[in-house]
Design a protein around this ligand. Structure first.
Ligand code: FE2
Ligand code: FE2
Length: 224
């Protein structure tokens, strides 16, 4: 069984995987920053971005609820679903504050909504397909959450820096802390159940990177 805490070099697998994720996504940093720098100063556009993030957080919490409802559902999973729902609420609150009006998850209030939904659905489909039926019932939930958290952490850190540079009052500090905790929790739980395969996780992260690039292109197109 592999542990999330150790690999042959004694270094935490997760620390190594995070460093690798940073390096693999280096080429997207400038593109993501320039997108954010175009959006943040424009309140109408910015409200739609925040609302899209709210929708993604809501989809995340909904997916956990839809798949994790057995009698054995544990406290960490309930905490996870509660925090993702809280993130959706927080982003919705910030979006409406920015727009000065109520916002829905209808296309006119979102940015590249079809691509945002597709990002989530394609990632989930490929993880479920790859894991097949001979695995722990929790494994797709744990892998999907772990892979998404790599991106959430990476994106929210860039976004937080951009908000600071723009002198924007919104703070992502608490949210980033919770996403970091989710990431560690998912990796540890996968390791504990013996389902953490480093090779598989890296393959999923490679596929996720392609899906993120597609979403990034769609967001650039929607804001051009
Ligand atoms: Fe979240
Ligand atoms: Fe999370």
């Amino acid at each position: 069984m592999l542990s999330a805490r150790e690999n042959s070099s004694g270094r935490s697998w997760l620390d190594g995987a995070l460093a690798r994720f940073e390096a693999d996504n280096d080429a997207s940093v400038a593109r993501t920053n320039s997108l954010l720098e175009r959006i943040v100063p424009d309140p109408a556009l910015h409200a739609r971005l925040i609302n899209t993030l709210s929708m993604l957080e809501h989809m995340g919490s909904h997916k956990i609820m839809a798949t994790q409802h057995s009698a054995g559902i544990d406290r960490p999973t309930l905490k996870h679903v509660a925090e993702e729902a809280q993130h959706a609420w927080f982003m919705k609150h910030q979006a409406e504050k920015c727009a000065g009006r109520e916002m829905t998850y209808l296309p006119e209030d979102l940015l590249a909504p079809a691509s945002a939904r597709m990002y989530f659905q394609r990632l989930e489909a490929l993880i479920v397909r790859s894991l097949g039926s001979r695995r722990n019932a929790e494994a797709p939930y744990l892998y999907m959450s772990m892979i998404v958290e790599f991106r959430a952490l990476w994106f929210y850190r860039l976004y937080e820096k951009c908000l600071k540079r723009a002198g924007h009052a919104m703070s992502l500090k608490r949210l980033i802390g919770e996403e970091r905790h989710h990431l560690t929790d998912m990796a540890n739980r996968l390791a504990l159940t013996g389902d953490l395969s480093h090779a598989r996780a890296h393959r999923f992260l490679d596929e996720e990177r392609q899906l993120y690039l597609g979403l990034l292109r769609a967001l650039q197109h929607a804001t051009a």
